[in-house]
Design a protein around this ligand. Structure first.
Ligand SMILES: NC(=O)c1ccc[n+]([C@@H]2O[C@H](COP(=O)([O-])OP(=O)(O)OC[C@H]3O[C@@H](n4cnc5c(N)ncnc54)[C@H](O)[C@@H]3O)[C@@H](O)[C@H]2O)c1
Length: 259
């Protein structure tokens, strides 16, 4: 019988802001499978949310401060994780940010500072994080998962500079899969359909986007947080040992439609 048992292994999940975060759904699925977790928080305010969520996990998580706009916190977080865990098998990068003004109106008006910030947090950040995490994976191999959206290749009004960031992120995912493959470190992305989260609420027209997804997707509904969590669990496990450099759509099939 095939089962997913990650007990004895360690993982890092970055991007839990609250109970609606996709990263939280992923953390829950990984925890259920026995993975010991480290959770990264962006700032003290969000750590308070994590303090409330942590007791819901089977194993108490290690908490680390990790703000990707301050790279020293990334290095320090992985130093703490390395000291506590020794090795890491799973890394989840579920981070994004853009200024609200850059997620509505004309993309053409995006200025450098907003563009730079969106790309730094939502795409570039994968590099310093993986730079710190990969050495912890080298002994036994590992699985790295990042979160993307179909706006990387198609136009979704309001998504604007975040579409640019997702295109960059998807490229990074493939490039890293190529570079880290010889070390048996796999790198994949999940392209999720719309889910109500803090980040999603900042996107102008999100509610309409969600409604249209449910109307037009082959499964004729929206996806659930849990469905992203269990797909991440598959990618974290040996069941996906031959999968790297891949974008798995968890979108009720929306991406195959032409209408
Ligand atoms: N919600 C959706 O509909 C949807 C669909 C597809 C992909 N995604 C992607 O999923 C990922 C998670 O987003 P979410 O929807 O769960 O929203 P969320 O707001 O719950 O998560 C975003 C996370 O990014 C973190 N973050 C922002 N700036 C940071 C910084 N400087 N340093 C460290 N962390 C920082 C926040 O603290 C938060 O935890 C994002 O990459 C998002 O683009 C979301």
């Amino acid at each position: 019988m095939l089962t997913i048992d990650l007990s004895g292994k360690k993982g890092v999940v970055l991007g839990v802001a609250n109970h609606r975060s996709i990263a939280w759904a992923i953390a829950q699925a990984l925890d259920e499978a026995g993975l010991q977790l480290a959770l990264g928080y962006q700032n003290d305010r969000l750590k308070e949310n994590l303090d409330k969520l942590a007791p819901l996990l089977k194993q108490p998580p290690l908490m680390v401060h990790c703000d990707v706009t301050e790279e020293e916190t990334v290095r320090q977080a992985f130093k703490t994780i390395g000291d506590a865990f020794g090795t890491v098998s799973v890394l989840v990068h579920s981070l994004a940010f853009a200024n609200k003004d850059d997620l509505s109106g004309e993309f053409l008006r995006t200025e450098w500072e907003g563009y730079r910030l969106a790309l730094q947090v939502s795409a570039y950040s994968l590099l310093p994080i993986v730079r710190c995490a990969a050495p912890l994976m080298e002994a036994n191999g590992g699985s790295i998962i990042t979160m993307t959206f179909q706006a990387s290749t198609r136009v979704f009004p309001g998504y604007n500079v975040m579409g640019t960031a997702k295109a960059a992120l998807e490229h990074e995912m493939r490039q890293l899969a190529y570079e880290l493959g010889p070390k048996n470190i796999r790198v994949n992305a999940i392209s999720a359909g719309p889910l109500d989260t803090l980040a999603a609420r900042g996107i102008h027209g999100f509610v309409d986007m969600k409604r249209v997804h449910a109307e037009r997707a082959p499964l004729q509904r929206n996806i659930t947080h849990r469905e992203v969590g269990t797909t991440a669990l598959f990618l974290a496990s040996e069941l996906s040992s031959g999968v790297t450099g891949e974008i798995i759509h968890v979108d009720a099939g929306y991406n195959i439609t032409g209408l």
